[in-house]
Ligand binder design. Structure first.
Ligand code: 7PJ
Length: 275
């Protein structure tokens, strides 16, 4: 449980790790085309690495509420050049996708982790990952990105997230993905109201029952806006606070946009904990 197997890498989880978010959706302000987009995504990712990111999570499709779907070939041509560039530089690269075809292309390009908001439920996803040796983050989502925030309902959100993740861990084990390669994530903001998100953060320790590393991502999400009244690009301090509270409750990987701030917060945590 304290070492994650991700391809050839062995990532120690004795100290919390930072996963930096690398977006490869085309920049609507630049007209330099695909190659320029890949170059700037790589440059941004290397900056995150220099700031202290342990893992770089490369995504080519927005999963924000109501976001448009991206065709598989388009998603592949966005993420593959960025993954290749980062793997060449020795980075630990994760791919954020729910499509098995994208998973295969990304693993071929050097990704060593699959971060799937659908927890490998797409047909063929378990098989795409099983033989690769890559790590997998299994995330809980209620509904689909297009509609998930319309009216999320739970009996007990913590119980339901726990049960779902238990089932997906089982499915992975049956498919031949050992627990040493797995992480779990409650999926903040994915089919959840503010009260659901707060209940999950408050009771995050319950998910430790799965005996797997916990990944959380709240960076810039609307729950932070609801609590602070701040716009999306002004939620950095709230994000650091929320992620640190998750660490106190047992989270081991933090998926964030702003790496330097999180690294400083973890320096305090690590010093106080003596890790
Ligand atoms: C998450 C994610 C998350 C994991 C996104 C956004 C939306 N993957 N991908 N956990 N969120 N594992 O960053 O606002 O919370 S995309």
């Amino acid at each position: 449980m304290s070492v994650l197997h991700a391809g050839p890498h062995r990532l120690s989880l004795l100290k919390p790790l930072i996963m930096g978010i690398v977006n490869t959706t085309p920049d609507s302000f630049s007209d330099g085309g695909r190659c320029q987009d890949a170059r700037s995504a790589i440059q941004h990712a290397l900056q995150l690495r220099d700031e202290g990111a342990d893992i770089l999570d490369v995504g080519g499709e927005s999963t924000r509420p109501g976001a448009e779907r991206v065709p598989v070939n388009e998603e592949i041509s966005r993420v593959v050049p960025v993954i290749e560039g980062l793997a060449y530089q020795g980075c630990v690269v994760s791919v954020d996708t729910k499509k098995p075809e994208v998973m295969r292309a990304a693993l071929e390009a050097g990704a060593v982790m699959v971060n799937d908001v659908m927890a490998l439920q797409a047909p063929g996803a378990l098989e795409a990952v099983a033989k690769s040796g890559a790590a997998v983050c299994l995330m809980h989502m209620q509904g689909e990105p297009q509609t998930m925030q319309q009216a999320p309902v739970y009996g007990n959100v913590v119980d339901e997230v726990l049960q779902f993740l238990q089932g997906r861990v089982r499915a992975c084990e049956v498919a031949g993905i050992p627990r040493t390669r797995l992480l779990v994530d409650p999926g903040f903001g994915f089919g959840k109201t503010l009260q659901h998100n707060l209940a999950l953060l408050r009771h995050l320790e319950r998910l430790l029952e799965l005996d797997l590393p916990l990944l959380v991502g709240m960076s810039r999400k609307s729950m932070l806006g609801q609590l602070t009244g701040r716009e999306i690009d002004q939620r950095e301090f709230a994000g650091v606070a929320a992620h640190l509270m998750a660490v106190v409750r047992g989270a081991r990987v933090l998926r964030v946009h702003q790496v330097a701030a999180m690294r400083d917060a973890l320096a305090i945590w690590n010093a106080v904990e003596g890790t």
